[in-house]
Design a protein around this ligand. Sequence first.
Ligand code: 4AD
Ligand code: MG
Length: 479
Amino acid sequence: MQTEACTGEAKTEKLKVKEALQAEAIGKRVLLQGWVRTRRDSKGGFSFIDLTDGSSIKGVQVIAENKLPNYESEILKAGIGSSVEVVGTVVASPAKGQTTEVKAECVKILGYSDPEKYPLQKKETSMEFLRSIAHLRTRTMTFGAVFRIRNEICRSIHNFYQSRGFMYVQTPVITASDCEGAGQMFKVTTLDLQNPPLKESENKKSEIDFEQDFFGRATHLTVSGQLEAEIFATAFGNVYTFGPTFRAENSNTTRHLAEFWMIEPEVAFCDLEGDMDLAEEFLQTIFKDVLENCPEDIAFLNEKVDNTIIETLKGIVETKFERLTYTEAVEILIASKEKFEFPVEWGIDLQTEHERYLTERKFKKPVILTDYPKDIKAFYMKLNSDGKTVRAMDVLVPKIGEIIGGSQREDNLETLERRMKECGLNPEDYWWYLDLRRFGTVPHAGFGLGLERCVQFVTGMGNIRDVIPFPRAPKSCDF
Ligand code: 4AD
Ligand code: MG
């Protein structure tokens, strides 16, 4: 094994594979570091190594001649997955489909990988299998593309809000309040689960005494940073959160995770119209950025995963979203005479099949539904004058269904207190939230974008577990 660095005295430039693939690199003496994707040995006395380092979907072809001193002893043993360091010159490639290749003057093997045992083989492997090796699936072309796009989406999101003067606010992961009120929270406790302290409740039953718990009260992982974001919005005007959220909903679907990331902008002096405008421009910007900045990754996924994504994304960037009320949507669904698994009537929570009918069959574009029945939405949404519906809005997209959920917030103190009680919440627990209405209340609105739903939509991946690095779902928490 060579221990000396390959570089020697002569000038070398350390490049990423992505950079070595560009024509501008031709003629440079470079250092590349990465992993062997494939190695092909030619009878002509040299080997072709497809080298990747995660910087692009394409690897660079490295040509190692048998004249290299460690050719027989080391290079011929460097199988798929081995880590290598290469010094060589970037030259124009005579081969089709690539601009450059690298003529190696030194190939140093940093770590061997036994090709017989390496779990990632050249043949197609199922997504389920790859999920079981999430520590290695990142090296595949598909997951390379997905995670580079996920990164671009995150960059685009921060850029969108920062360039518009929104303040990034970090809301707590551990909380004592329940934003969505759907009873889907993970408890956080340091109490001894074998032997928790008990106390007598009001109805003479014994219950766990959370006053003796770490925080002196019952706490859980947050389902949303919205309530805290409202505190910041009513001081700084325009803010957004970007963080992990947790929901213990036992839904084993391709669109639900127990831990997912959410982006929640909150805007003061804003009504539902402004909220919808922001959501629409936000999604269009993300899609445009991905098309512009990840063309190769998107082209790869369009070929291998879902051949409609490019067309769909391009269409959405240029089209206005359809906007209609929940009540109008229900009328359309009933009139459609479609055989839905869940029959439609006013008051039901729309299911994915209904959302997909509206986006894929009826309007063939994203749809924003507004003014849902108050009974199927959270306590904080602004009550309409009909007393039955609230100023909610959900953005629905083809294949996924709901990608964004948001609303104008109830800014009237009395109405909010009444809604809390109706929803079984104790207003005293939310004294600080009510204070925002007591002292200088303003109309304000916001929404939450599920990051993984967004990545799933953009990449065309069938299962949400394949667009987050380490998925957490019922009965599944590996890595
Ligand atoms: O509609 P939701 O529940 O809205 C809220 O949490 C509000 N507090 C947001 C706000 O107004 N600030 O969730 C928002 C989005 C959904 O539209 C969906 O994209 C995503 O979060 N989401 C999930 N993503 C993955 N797995 C789950 N279990 C999800 N639940 C919601
Ligand atoms: Mg929702």
